[in-house]
Every structure is written in C-alpha cells, then in structure tokens.
Design a protein around this ligand. Sequence first.
Ligand code: F6P
Length: 423
Amino acid sequence: MKSKAHSAIGRLLYAQSGGVTAVINATAAGVIQTARAHRVPVYAAHNGILGALREELIDTSKETAAAIAALRHTPGGAFGSCRYKLKSLEANRAEYERLIDVFRAHDIRWFLYNGGNDSADTALKISQLGKAMDYDIRCIGVPKTVDNDLAVTDCCPGFGSVAKYTAVSTLEASLDVASMADTSTKVFILEVMGRHAGWIAAASGLAGEGADAPPHIILFPERVFDEAAFLAKVKATVERVGWCTVVASEGIKNAEGQFLAEAGTRDAFGHAQLGGVAPVLAALVKEKLGYKYHWALPDYLQRSARHMASKTDAEQAYAVGKAAVDYALAGMNAVMPVIVRTSDAPYRWKLEPASLEKIANHEKKMPASFLTRDGFGITPAARRYLSPLIRGEMPPPYGREGLPKYVQLKNAKVAKKLPDFAH
Ligand code: F6P
C-alpha cells in the first residue's frame, strides 16, 4: 500500500500490549523504520497504554539505525507492555480525556496499538475518541498474539514462532523419551500456552505424522477433557509404541467447565492465569497407569524463543508494522493490517486493512475440521494451514560468548508537560 505524501506535522505513537512474543519487536522495527523513511517522528509508550496515560513516552529518535534494525531479531517487548483494560467512554471519561490531553500535548496524530483481541478493543475505543472529543487522531491496530486467536487475519504474528518452538520441542523431547522408554520414562507431557484456543497445541502435531509418530495425544481446549479416553489412549500407545508423548493446552477444561489447572489469579481483562496442567496429567498417569513420566512447562520460554523463530513469522511481523504506518499516513482509522493467505502451496500471503470492529473481542478457535474424530490429533487440513507458518529460519546473530546479540534500547523519556494522572 502506498502512503499519500504528507507534511511531517505531528507524531506517531506506538505501543506494545498484552503478552509479548519472539517477534513483536520486529513489528516495532517495521513501524519505526517506515516512519523514519517518511520523516515522521515516533514516540513509543512505556508499558503500553499505561505509558500514554502516565505520559511516560519514549523518544525513539534517540536510538541509532543499528539499534532499531536489531529489534528485528530481539525478543520481548522493547518498550514494555501491559495488560490494562480501558473502560467504556461512558464509564471512565476521565481516562479518555487524559489520553487526548497527552496526545494533544505531544502532538500525537497517529496511534498504533500492537496487540491481541483485547488490545484491538482498546484501539477501537481510542479510534472513536477523535470524533467524540474533537481531536484529529488516527488509530491503527497492529496484530500480535502467540495464541493465534484474532478474527479475520489468517494468522497472527508471534504464532508461527511459538508454533515452530512447540513442534521442534515435541520432536526433540520425543527422541529423548524414545531412548529411555525401555527402562525408564514412558510418558512425556508438554504443556503449551493458548488460553481458550488450541492453535499452539495443534502446531505440535507437525512434529510427526501417522499413529505411531509423536505427539500421540494432543489435548485441545476446544474439546472437553475425557479422563477415561485419555488414559486409555496413553495405555494403548505405550503398549504399542513403547512410549507416549502428550501435548496439552493450558486451557483444557473438564466436563464441569473448570480448567484442569488454574493458578487462581486473574488479569485486568478477567482472564484466569493458567498454567500447571502438565503436572496434573502426569500425576493422573502415574496414579492410574503407573508409568514413569517427565513433564515440561515451557511457559515464557515458548513465546520468547527468538533463536528458533519462524522466518515466515518474523517477516510477517515486520510487514504488519510497515503496513500499519502506511495505513496511518494514508489517513485510515480504526483498521488493522490483516494477513490474507492467497495460496497454501506455494505459500503466499498479502496484507489488507480490516475494520477493528470485526476483530475487537472476538476469539478465533480451531475449526472442527482441524481436529481428528477422537479429538486427540490434527487433520491434513490443519497441517496444510499450519505447516507454512513455521517454515524458514532467521536466527539472531551470535556473539563470541555464544549468546545471541540482543539489543537493549536507551529508551530515553520525553519531558512531561502535564501534571500526574491518577488511574
Ligand atoms: O498473550 C497470550 C498469552 O501468552 C497466553 O497464551 C497466556 O495464557 C498468557 O498470555 C499469559 O499472560 P501473562 O504473561 O500476562 O501471564
């Protein structure tokens, strides 16, 4: 998409939101490099929308071109992220007035919010501010989530890399358990993120194909956990193959609708903090079947593993950042660049703007056609969808110490112009 010529009046504010990913900083690089090419100054909000409310703004012009380029291969969120839910305009007008005050004080004319479905909701609300409060602000949502649960877009930047980490880890750990199974471990259980959508768990299915190849059992949040069927399949697999690899989504629930493992805390959006389903399943396997097990909970390791990022994912992450700036400078508002798949093989994709209204607060689950009839595996259709997303490698440069050369930005704060705001 070509942006219209414009005078460099005003600034662009970029903010990262929600759980970060291995490639969200590639999106930041796409945003900042594209804005620089148009000579539009970019501020970044420190810790997402909270930085905007607190007037904690970072002047990205203080960063060198090399530092911004290095964001392309640095995981985490370089400017800090947050989970913070803006209420409706009616419920908390003061917060919106504060945002407009901050935007006005710093001549922010474009706001780019890089996040998942909750963040698309925040971006939509802010996009409505302009009209409601008579301030000219364009707001663009920029997609990101390892959960891959955003509506409209074919996939979400961040997902391809966690999918690759999950498929590779499933394959590698399975080689390990296969070696040990005769006299030691018979069952390996890997727990993966994804909340209410089983996309990450599904990606483990790329590790192998056929009944005897790992993972032998995938547990999806889209299916009620059936203890008897699960134990029967573990037993049958160990008896037939000699060992069994299980991949469980953190979001699996029992027939009563309770999460098998809930940490007991909730975030600002009311989401339960999940984690710990693997030890619950392992204890069940030990108690009912007596098999020795190992389990793993990669947790943040899976979404920060930039060393194993998917090239496709890293490229898409950069591209959505670039497109978001193009859309903003072309005068668009309340849209998000979404990924449109134009071909499976060879894999081809393009970007187009989609209305935030269609994306905010929707959650895209795995379609039934992607799950096998017994609910423990993925179908060829799922493989066709998932496979291109983990393709290609784009490792970070490594230093002599054997560690990746990740960048630490200066993150120089802009002088505040307004009094503090209590929120
Ligand atoms: O953003 C998505 C996600 O990675 C989920 O898959 C996971 O359940 C959640 O974030 C963890 O959130 P937090 O880092 O806030 O605990």
